[in-house]
Design a protein around this ligand. Structure first.
Ligand code: AMP
Length: 290
């Protein structure tokens, strides 16, 4: 059957856990593997690359859009977070998504909901310190989404590297029967990691924003060349402030798996550099392997 533009404009949308489970169960009964990509919407090429990666590993791909209130702090952008479901649905259809799960807050957190999942260790430094409660909100909603969808494979972006490692830890610790895949960060031509929050940047800030990726790459080169970790981190903070960032939450080089600290001197094994910094009112994050 030919697919008309109207048919491809949106995947089917379900808004309840029961409807999600019914569709996934039917697919499973016919032998399909299920791939899953959770998002908060305001989709861009980075999100779509996750859907395409899920497609490579599964016969049916489910995406979710849920702006999760419990992972936003009291002074963060929950209310202002961009929302455009019709546009997102059209992009998902093009990327090969078979089903969109778009629950409301009451479906995800019915009155009386009282369980929070805290992942210690890997959740604690970096964004865990800068955004208290953030990763408990993430871990709780991701555990719920994985239970609701019950996928064989779920794809998360390396753009949110600490989140990816928190989710890997969560899945191992709770024996969730799902394979977690990390997808490389999709970037603009000047290196800026694509993010729904880039929409907040003024044109002038958008020009400065590319300095984040450049600065991390430069710090990586320095430590590979033998510079001490602490010196490279400090130089990167200075470079970001000089480029026009208003505040740097952190630039840190850490072990990739558990995000533990490296020794203060030159690195020997694998490492990851991670940063978060404010450009005006917009908080940007980035990271890369060293
Ligand atoms: P979000 O909608 O920001 O919660 O992100 C949903 C998923 O998309 C998460 O797994 C993110 O890590 C991932 N993601 C966001 N931006 C990018 C990007 N630029 N490249 C790859 N994945 C991304």
């Amino acid at each position: 059957m030919a697919i008309s533009p109207a048919m491809s404009a949106s995947p089917p949308i379900v808004r309840t856990v029961a409807a999600l489970r019914a569709q996934v169960g039917a697919w499973r009964a016919q032998g399909d593997r299920i791939g899953f990509t959770p998002t908060m919407g305001a989709l861009h090429e980075g999100h779509l690359s996750l859907v395409r990666l899920a497609r490579e590993h599964a016969g049916k791909v489910v995406a979710s859009i849920f702006v999760n209130p419990t992972q936003f702090g009291p002074n963060e952008d929950f209310d202002a977070y961009p929302r455009d479901e019709a546009r997102d649905a059209a992009l998902l259809a093009e990327a090969g998504c078979d089903l969109l799960f778009a629950p409301d807050v009451a479906e995800m957190y019915p009155p009386g909901a009282a369980t929070t999942i805290t992942v210690s260790g890997v959740s604690e430094p970096l964004d865990g310190q800068a955004r208290p409660g953030h990763f408990a909100g993430v871990a709780t909603v991701v555990a719920k989404l994985l239970n609701q969808c019950a996928p064989d494979v779920a794809v998360f972006g390396e753009k949110d590297f600490q989140q990816l490692q928190v989710i890997r830890r969560l899945v191992r610790d709770l024996d969730l029967p799902v394979e977690i895949l990390g997808a490389p960060t999709a970037r603009a031509e000047d290196g800026l990691a694509l993010s729904s929050r880039n929409a907040y940047l003024t044109p002038a800030e958008r020009t400065v924003a590319a300095a984040l990726n450049r600065t991390l790459a430069e710090a990586g080169r320095r430590v590979r060349a033998g510079e001490a970790v602490a010196a490279a981190e400090a130089a990167a903070v200075d470079a970001l402030l000089a480029a026009g960032f208003r505040q740097v939450d952190y630039v840190e080089i850490r072990r990739p798996d558990d995000l533990g600290r490296l020794g203060p001197s030159a690195i020997s094994g694998p490492a990851r550099i991670l940063a978060a910094a404010f450009l005006g009112r917009t908080r940007l994050i980035d990271n890369m392997a060293i």
